[in-house]
Design a protein around this ligand. Sequence first.
Ligand SMILES: [Ca+2]
Ligand SMILES: [Ca+2]
Length: 220
Amino acid sequence: MATGKVHRLPFRGRRMPERQGGFTLIELAFVLVILGILMSMGAGLVPLLINQNKLNESRAIVREAKTAVMGYALATGRLPWAAAGTDGAETVSRQRGYLPHETLGIPGTDSYTSPLFYSVDPYLATSSSTQELKGRLAELITGSHAPGLFCDGTNIRVAFVVISPGKNLETDAPNDDNHNGIVSQSGDDNRFAKPGEPQTSDYDDILDAVTLTYLHGRLE
Ligand SMILES: [Ca+2]
Ligand SMILES: [Ca+2]
């Protein structure tokens, strides 16, 4: 009996450290499977994060362009016309086209390197003082002068809109009515999407606008 105990103790003493210090093949396989799952989840997240980042960046660019147009109105007493070309030079009498970024002194492209687009109510591009601009806004608000620019059908009367074509690199309906991928003077009308319209497979434009009442409230 005594010799049996003597033999067992050293045997246990040898095996215990081996089991604590290493992994079995099953444990290793399990860890590798978990790692594989985590890595595939991470790889799937990267494009999603890049997409979201680009979307947020273009939203910020559009918002900054809107602020620059507001600044232009406060400084000059009128809104700029749209630009006929991507150089961004304001083109007199052009209601729809590219953002007049050169006139505003800001970049004219979004995070996808597409040009930004712009449309203005023409009645607000020919005033010559902030007082006159405010008076014209009041006329458009009361309807004594017919408004010339709308969002969400004709529900929202706006002073101007700024648009990024978004991820598909083309402006979508209702911003682009003739489906040529851009907002232009002919072929497109004065009705645009509601600001912040949800992104879908058919519509991924990023549009921001300033309403008549908001701009009226900002003027002295
Ligand atoms: Ca339209
Ligand atoms: Ca688009």
